[in-house]
Write a protein that binds this ligand. Structure first.
Ligand code: MOS
Length: 737
């Protein structure tokens, strides 16, 4: 992989925002001192007990008998919880939430009834002195079921689809501009194609894990979380206690990708068991259990209809998506929504429909909407040739990328470049992702030595949050980076929107910047009295403050005027009316070159390039890592990823990292990321646009389009595996004859 990064040119000097600073938590991580949830030692005198979840072996039906005698008598076992003896919990709640927020905070009871709604749904919890004892005893729990036939497949049941009231993130399910049907039927060039995207699973490196500890003050939960507020509210609702009595601690989260936005079985069951046993309880989902119990991306069918005139101008654009959804809790990924903003066809129609299946709920997964949507749509767009592109710095991204990638060397006719056995091709795709902003608050304190502590309940899920917030605070207060300490992941700190939807950096960063502004005002007031503190005459830089022409070191000043230190809170509002005056998106363009073995269909990546227009880049090193990760997801989505369902039983078969294929280093080859550093003054004061998820948007389509350009095989069912490419190449050859 190419690396075009300088060293830490800016460490400790000048304005640090925009420099490729190393991760401030990097040393803790590589030395094993970043403590993740399951590694937390017990918080009190009593060592933790260990829970192991027993999952259902049917996908739909009832538990008619459950025998826990043997398990209870097994060595080391403390307790076995089933629906017969679990503490009372509130009902699960309505399947269609009245507001998007309720999705995150509703009660999520477990072991609450004899109903089984999906394969591997928890039916018992064994708690023992050790993980091994709990797991061994779990195998002794005997469950008898009355199974009912389940429905799992999407494709044969499209006729049963219904229209949801709204999609994820609150969008209308349908949109219509102009008259799509007329324009499409009259278009001189028309394309009507259907793509399929499969079930996919997140697989963060850190499995879902929780340690729950009760005390007189209430419940403390150590867990891997993206958004502490959601966990606090969801758990409080499930346990029927006030949110103030629930403390969530999540200083390090080993990847989330959307799978850790809400509480799952490990968190709820650990809390229930710890309360009952008056002892800390740890529960981790196994990798296998995560597939059914921690969300997935639903399988979808995508019909794309494009109409254009002969010189390539798009006149009609139709995009319909059918998605599988859970029967007891609806989730409609906003898959077609990006198409409402990306292309300027005068006649456009989009719609979302859902087909209920007997699976657990699909959830948010890395770029909800754009990831599967652009995979299908940007391939369809490639099928329609010669199109002009419009809008914002999308065109800039494409032009820059085309020049850097050598797009002028591409031969438009497929199967035109051959190097020995290898058929070589290039593909590209657009990228778009909404730029969200979540309400957030932050506290910043400066002590008598000028040292800074930043606190907020934000999370760092591996993205670099600690680092960029350190940079923002250091720049704003004009102090060296090593004067700043950022503390995250405790629900006692000021509330943020957490990490999700790529809103983390802009939301938390804006709150920290505002807190620093407030703090500077306090420092100035303490130094000179507020009446003389004309802001224009004040400068914070190099660990010093200049007031009215006089420069004083901050540590000297603070020791003199504020020996007890000073602190301030800052905040940013969410997406208010001013924010809504613009369409907020980040853009990009992805380019890919692949080589395909002409005889075996084996696909090798050769190079990829992403050109990203995502506002001000806070740290090109962490930003680049985010985009590289997204591009790697794109390769996976295009060529490898699919969670396979055994439709006889409704279970995911390839439920581990041996069989759920994702790209490894050898699959990735050369990648380059270029940022168009263009601060967006309308988004937030720092000019940040979220970019975490932008890397995956369209990346897979660029790869699939390159495969087509190399081979002439247009595979419309993802992932594009060699068997499908071979069949596609054979079909392309037949057509050519
Ligand atoms: Mo993201 S799928 O909102 O973590």
């Amino acid at each position: 992989m190419t690396t075009k990064m300088q060293g830490n040119a800016g460490r400790g000097q000048g304005a640090p925002v925009g420099l490729p600073i190393d991760r401030v938590d990097g040393r803790l991580k590589v030395t094993g001192r970043a403590t993740y949830a399951y590694e937390q030692p017990s918080a009190g005198p009593v060592p933790p007990a260990y829970g192991y979840i027993v999952g259902a072996t049917i996908a739909r039906g009832r538990i008619v008998a459950i025998d826990t005698r043997q398990a209870r008598q097994a060595p080391g076992v403390i307790h076995v919880m089933t629906h017969r003896n679990a503490p009372a919990q509130p009902a699960f709640g309505p399947s269609v939430p009245p507001t998007p927020r309720d999705v995150f905070t509703r009660a999520r009871p477990y072991l609450a009834s004899d109903r089984v709604r999906y394969y591997d749904e928890p039916v018992a919890l064994v708690v023992a002195e050790s993980f091994e004892a709990a797991r061994a005893a779990a195998a002794l729990v005997q469950v008898r079921y009355q199974a009912e036939p389940g429905e799992f497949e999407l494709a044969p049941r499209l006729a049963e689809a219904y229209q949801p009231p709204r999609t994820n993130a609150g969008f209308a399910p349908d949109s219509a501009t102009g008259n799509f049907a007329n324009a499409f039927s009259e278009a001189p060039v028309a394309l009507d194609v259907t793509y399929a995207t499969p079930y996919q699973s997140h697989n963060p490196m850190e499995p879902h894990a929780t340690m729950a500890v009760w005390s007189d003050a209430g419940l403390t939960v150590y867990t891997g979380s993206q958004t502490l507020g959601n966990f606090q509210a969801g758990l409080a609702a499930t346990l029927r206690i006030p949110p103030e009595r629930v403390r969530i601690v999540s200083p390090f989260t080993g990847g989330g990708f959307g799978a850790k936005l809400i509480v799952h079985a490990d968190t709820v069951l650990a809390a229930l068991a710890a309360r009952e046993l008056r002892r800390p309880v740890k529960i981790a989902l196994t990798r296998q259990q995560m597939y059914a119990n921690a969300g997935h991306r639903a399988a979808m069918s995508h019909r794309v209809r494009l109409g254009a005139d002969r010189d390539g101008r798009l006149s009609a654009m139709g995009y319909e998506v059918w998605s599988a959804t859970c029967r007891f809790e609806e989730y409609c990924e906003q898959t077609a929504v990006f198409a409402r903003a990306l292309y300027a066809a005068p006649h456009r129609a989009t719609r979302h429909r859902l087909v209920p299946v007997d699976l657990n709920r699909g959830e948010w997964m890395r770029s909800p909407g754009e990831a599967p949507g652009m995979l299908a749509f940007e391939c369809a767009m490639d099928e329609l040739t010669g199109l002009p592109y419009s809008t914002r710095n999308l065109v800039d991204c494409m032009r820059t990328g085309a020049a850097r990638f050598g797009w002028q060397h591409r031969r438009a006719a497929p199967r035109s470049v051959r190097e020995g056995r290898w058929l070589v091709g290039m593909g590209m795709a657009a990228a778009i992702r909404p730029n969200y902003l979540g309400a957030a608050a932050a506290q910043v304190a400066m002590d008598s030595r000028g040292r800074v502590t930043v606190r907020l309940d934000m999370t760092d899920i591996g993205t670099g949050t600690y680092t960029i917030l350190t940079q923002i605070a250091a720049e704003s207060l004009g102090v060296p980076l090593n004067w700043v300490r950022v503390e995250l992941g405790d629900s006692r700190f000021p509330r943020t929107a957490g990490s999700g939807g790529s809103w983390g950096a802009a939301s938390a960063g804006s709150a920290v910047a505002d807190a620093c502004t407030q703090l500077k005002a306090r420092i100035v007031a303490a130094a000179k009295g507020p009446e003389q503190a004309a802001p224009a005459a004040v400068r914070f830089a190099d660990g010093a403050v200049t007031l009215g022409g006089q420069t004083q070191r901050l540590d000297d000043l603070m020791a003199r005027v504020a020996p007890g230190g000073l602190q301030a809170e800052g905040r940013v509002a969410g997406m208010g009316e001013a924010y809504k005056a613009h369409s907020h998106h980040a853009y990009g363009a992805h380019f890919a070159e692949v080589a395909v073995d002409a005889d075996t269909g084996e696909i090798r990546m050769r190079r990829m390039l992403a050109v990203i227009g995502a506002g001000r880049i806070l740290n090109p090193k962490t930003a680049r890592s985010q985009i590289l990760g997204g591009m790697t997801w794109g390769i996976g989505a295009a060529l490898m990823e699919q969670t396979l369902l055994d439709t006889r039983y409704g279970n995911f078969i390839n439920h581990d990292l041996a069989e759920y294929l994702v790209p490894v280093n050898g699959d990735v080859a050369q990648m380059e990321v270029v940022f168009l550093d263009q601060p967006d003054p309308n988004a937030n004061p720092l000019g940040i646009k979220g970019l975490g998820e932008l890397g995956v948007c369209g990346a897979g389509a660029a790869v699939a389009n390159a495969v087509y350009n190399a081979t002439g095989a247009r595979v419309r069912e993802f992932p594009v595996t060699l068997d499908k490419v071979l069949a596609g190449m054979a079909a392309a050859e037949r057509l050519a004859l």
